[in-house]
Design a protein around this ligand. Structure first.
Ligand code: ARG
Length: 459
């Protein structure tokens, strides 16, 4: 079916219909289209186009369409141009001539904006919930091994010792910012476009504030031309989704490494790993690899919509129909990846002895030594040089930090004191990092408590 045709002498060609139809993907907006149309029926009653009885009949018919849509036969043979057209055809089947009034003073240009906003709001709410679960899983993971020490890396080289909990809280912070970004995006999505007409504003005096309240929108849009051409709200979501996926992908990369035999820190749950068809011993981190892979896809979705919108003249152009597939895909990949990451975190086990040994065997304590010297009055550049020489000497002679005695240390250079030998244990120097935001054990305990309280206030 078409919602137009009076002005044409010939129908569209089969090729054009096949090329331009969007029902095979925008059918995903069916529920939103029904919700929006029911609210619109109430608005039509408000301006006297429908009587209360007619409105009731239409709203009930929409409910039936919603129920019917669960039947597999619902979409069978449907050759409607898009989901909006399909819903109106179904309405005609249910409500007969009365259905002819439903599109009074409404355009599909605003309807598609409305439907996408309603649908996207639900997807964002789902993502927020999953993000909060992941953040909780990170806190729980930190609490399982509150004392565990790992080497922190720069350039993927052992740098300074940190608490495992401190490392996990770093991701908590990234996801907390993602949560904020998604919420900010939601605020821009949750604005009512209805009443804008095709581009010039509806010719019927709808109470737009009332429709907004009816549909749970926080505000109404302010310019009808802007509405027809605007997909910023979709871009905002795609950016927030991309930032979240970026963090998920870096997290995935870390855990792929940390669960490898070379690191041996983490044992991933059997339930989130797969085997090899040939090599019987393999336990592969496919769940994390897929999260990393899907991240690239979501970045692609963001740039796809940017490219589609670039240079479009005011206002609506059919190009904009191409917004949906990237948007649907990004929401699916985001929500799927969040759910997967949460399961990975919940089922992983840290083997704290491996990262502790990695910290003990390397020279991650060198900064602690240099800073101790500086605290005792040695200018930092000299202290840095002295600690560096100590490392060089140790590397040459095959000495680990724990091999140093107080006597050997003070004999190495007079600036070193006997007490400084304690700093050869990674946990000791950490105590000097009780600064807020640092890896000092008390600072981390406090940060964990704060994270839990912040999470409780988020939702
Ligand atoms: N299916 C279209 C879209 O998704 C909405 C229809 C508006 N079409 C039009 N020719 N004005 O953008």
């Amino acid at each position: 079916m078409k919602l137009w045709g009076g002005r044409f002498e010939e129908g569209p060609s089969e090729i054009f219909e096949r090329f331009s139809g969007s029902l095979h993907f925008d059918r995903r907006l069916l529920e939103a289209d029904i919700l929006g149309s029911q609210a619109f029926a109430r608005a039509l009653e408000g301006v006297g186009i429908l009587t209360a009885a007619e409105r009731e009949q239409l709203v009930a018919a929409f409910d039936q369409i919603g129920a019917d849509s669960n039947q597999p036969s619902f979409f069978e043979g449907a050759d409607d141009e898009d989901v909006h057209t399909l819903v109106i055809r179904k309405l005609q089947e249910k409500a007969g001539a009365l259905a002819e009034k439903i599109h009074t003073g409404r355009s599909r240009n605003e309807q598609v904006s409305l439907d996408v906003r309603l649908w996207l709001r639900g997807e964002i709410d789902r993502a927020l919930e999953r993000l909060a679960s992941l953040m909780q899983a990170l806190i729980d993971c930190a609490r399982r091994d509150p004392e565990a020490v790992v080497p922190g890396y720069t350039h993927l080289r052992r740098a300074q010792p940190v608490l495992w909990a401190h490392y996990l809280l770093a991701y908590f912070e990234m996801f907390a910012r993602d949560f904020e970004r998604l919420q900010q995006g939601r605020a821009r999505v949750n604005v009512l476009p209805l009443g804008s007409g095709a581009l010039a504003g509806s010719g019927f005096p709808f109470d737009r504030e009332a429709i907004a309240r009816d549909l749970g929108f926080d505000a109404i849009t302010r310019n009808s031309m802007d509405v027809s051409g605007d997909r910023d709200f979709a871009l905002d979501f795609l950016y927030a989704a991309s930032a979240t996926m970026l963090h998920l992908s870096r997290f995935a990369e870390d855990w792929i490494l940390y669960s490898s035999e070379e690191f041996g820190w983490l044992e991933l749950g059997d339930g989130v790993t797969s085997g090899s068809s040939l090599m019987p011993q393999k336990k592969n981190p496919d769940s994390l690899e897929l999260i990393r892979g899907k991240c690239g896809r979501v970045f692609g979705d963001l740039s796809a919509l940017y490219m589609t919108l670039k240079g479009l003249p005011m206002t609506y152009n059919r190009d904009m129909q191409e917004d949906k597939q990237p948007l649907f895909d990004a929401a699916d990949q985001l929500n799927g990846s969040l759910e997967m990451a949460c399961e990975v975190v919940k089922t992983a086990k840290l083997n704290p002895t491996r990262p502790a040994a990695a910290a003990d065997e390397s020279w991650v304590v060198a900064t602690d030594l240099a800073e101790a010297l500086a605290r005792n009055g040695t200018p930092f550049h000299q202290a840095h040089k002295l600690a560096g020489k100590l490392v060089l000497e140790s590397v040459r002679s095959g000495k680990k930090p724990a091999d140093w005695t107080a006597d050997a240390l003070t004999a190495f250079a007079p600036e070193f004191t006997a007490a400084m030998v304690a700093l050869m244990r990674p946990k000791e120097g950490m105590k000097s990092r009780e600064i807020r935001g640092g890896t000092g054990p008390q600072a981390v305990t406090q940060a964990l408590e704060e994270a839990q309280a912040r999470l409780a206030n988020l939702s």
